[in-house]
Ligand binder design. Structure first.
Ligand code: TYD
Length: 209
């Protein structure tokens, strides 16, 4: 049984800086839940629908270095709106578990805090775009950006930002999670992946009831 605000489904998001191992943990969780008979939708942001994937291509293209900060925030929100209404909400209504790489906390940390647009402004933009969709659980994989960026081979537009900017992103995630600890699980991404997977599974078990 699922008891969170998105019941009958559950919405679980993996967040964190570049190279934190989000996708590995998201895939492991999805596999575990599927093995237990849950119906799982695995998706990512920006992306998850054809239109949102097209917006993603614009957002990550290094040719658009210098894209205006507000335009950037609006494009992330536009992609999220389509993804939320056409993929995530229908899955939650069916009772599925949605496991998503990145969601509104990325906008709050990257655009709100690192770009300086304001975390609350950007959160409200995301809430408007999605008609109020909020994850049941957000797992923040915390990593030193110097280590994380070292794992990136060909940097996209955002990965090409300076180290200091990525430090602000990291502090942003930690600060956002600190404000609402019940909805967040902050993990040291440097721990062994199997240990992280075990802890995540315990917290998800408690959420799913
Ligand atoms: P992606 O390749 O998915 O990053 P990763 O593999 O590290 O998860 O690229 C997404 C990039 O977009 C990443 O740099 C984070 C950034 N981003 C934002 O700035 N705001 C957002 O709202 C989202 C969803 C992502």
């Amino acid at each position: 049984m699922t008891v969170g605000p998105n019941a009958p489904g559950a919405f679980i998001v993996f967040e964190g800086g570049e190279g934190a191992g989000k996708s590995t943990q998201a895939a492991a969780l999805a596999e575990l839940l599927q093995a237990r008979g849950r119906s799982v939708v695995r998706t990512r942001e920006p992306g998850g629908t054809p239109a949102a994937e097209a917006i993603r291509a614009i957002l990550l293209d290094p040719a658009f270095a210098g894209l205006d900060d507000r335009a950037e925030a609006l494009l992330f929100a536009a992609a999220r709106g389509d993804h939320a209404q056409r993929v995530i909400r229908p899955a939650l209504r069916r009772g599925d578990v949605v496991v998503c790489d990145r969601f509104m906390d990325s906008s709050m940390a990257y655009q709100g805090i690192a770009r300086g647009l304001g975390a609350d402004v950007v959160a409200n933009l995301s809430l408007w775009a999605t008609d109020g969709l909020i994850p049941d659980l957000t797992v923040v994989m915390d990593i030193d950006p110097q280590v994380g960026l070292g794992r990136v081979s060909s940097p996209d537009r955002l990965e090409s930002e300076p180290l200091e900017w990525h430090r602000r992103v990291r502090e942003g995630f930690v600060e956002i999670a600190r404000r609402d600890p019940r909805r967040y699980l902050v993990l040291d991404a440097g721990r062994p992946p199997e240990d992280l997977a075990t802890e995540i599974a315990q917290v998800v078990d408690a959420l799913l009831g």
